[in-house]
Design a protein around this ligand. Structure first.
Ligand code: MN
Length: 193
């Protein structure tokens, strides 16, 4: 992935009522744009400028380059995993098999992911990823954290920085987290496997 703004597969109001057009305007249009701009400025005329975002996230030391690259990657994965409410379908056969094996059921996976997102202290992300042994795992990552940093493949994420939900849900993080399932596009998540 290059350091640029992605094309969204839905219109600005396409995720309503789960995520409003106003939240999208700020979260996608301003927050993500700022991370893209900051990363471009920080990596200009350095060896990082030629690298893919994933490579920077894996290799950069803690600090500004990693923080901005992590947030670019996290937000692109976040925004591209959604679709219009009710259109998200179900995990494909392969992902469904892994979910049953590692969590028992999709409902159980959702509950564990909600817990991770709701109990994360401060700013960060809840992640579903595939570890090096091929097992699904749910983790909490602070700030710009991404499972790639631990050699795991990122599949699905929940942004719990306050900017992700404060316009629509104010302080009710749990309400935001539980509503997100209505817009998760399981085909996109399955394809990331
Ligand atoms: Mn965010």
């Amino acid at each position: 992935m290059k350091n640029e703004m992605p094309q969204l597969p839905y219109p600005a109001n396409g995720l309503e009522p789960v995520i409003s057009a106003e939240t999208l305007e700020f979260h996608f249009g301003k927050h993500l744009q700022t991370y893209v701009t900051n990363l471009a400025n920080l990596t200009k005329d350095t060896a990082y400028a030629q690298k893919d975002i994933e490579e920077i996230v894996k290799a950069a030391p803690d600090g500004g380059v990693f923080n901005n690259a992590g947030q670019v990657l996290n937000h692109v994965l976040y925004f591209l995993q959604f679709t219009t409410p009710g259109r998200g379908g179900m995990p494909d056969e392969k992902l469904d098999g892994l979910i049953r094996r590692d969590f028992g059921s999709l409902d159980n996976l959702k509950q564990k992911m909600e817990e991770a997102a709701i109990t994360l202290f401060g700013s960060g992300w809840a992640w579903l990823s595939l570890d090096a042994e091929g097992k699904l795992q749910i983790t909490q990552e602070g700030n710009a954290g991404n499972p790639l940093r631990r050699h795991c493949k990122p599949l699905l994420c929940i942004d719990v920085w306050e900017h992700a939900y404060y316009i629509d849900y104010r302080n009710r993080r749990a309400d935001y987290v539980k509503r997100l399932w209505d817009i998760v596009d399981w085909q996109v998540v399955s394809n990331r496997l």
